[in-house]
Design a protein around this ligand. Sequence first.
Ligand code: PNS
Length: 155
Amino acid sequence: MCPGSFDPVTNGHLDIINRAAKLYDELFVAVFVNPSKAGLFSLDERMEMLAEVTGHLPNVSVTSFQGLTVDFCRTHGVGIIVKGVRAVSDFDYELQMAQMNYGLEGVETLFMPTNPLYSFLSSSLVKDVAKWGGDIDGHVPAPVAARLVARMGGE
Ligand code: PNS
């Protein structure tokens, strides 16, 4: 599975999803429902965007989950979590989560180095650029860019 907030999905996420889908017969892209963080897009919107941009991948299912990632893994028979690592700064926290998840449920984590094209990219940064009218084409898929511009009050 590829778990995340996906608020919204970026080209960096999509790169990891595309590559992970080639490695496994089945891939869940699962949006974490975070009760303590509202986010810009609703859960339904995030899932709609993910479904739209992964529609070309027949072995990918878009879903959501509450609670622990490892609980989702257990109930869905998932043995491997795939995470993109953009830079060394990501590694610290990702390593802690991977070790915790392995300790909790024996779930493995595969770290996939992000394409350097996207090493600076994050959903938060894209939202900030969009908020102030900056160009986000090339950072997010076209349908996501359109929704971001609309949400930020653009045309
Ligand atoms: O896109 P994000 O916000 O970096 O994704 C973080 C996410 C959702 C993968 C992480 O917060 C997570 O796994 N949350 C689920 C709750 C959980 O399992 N917490 C313990 C992690 S060791």
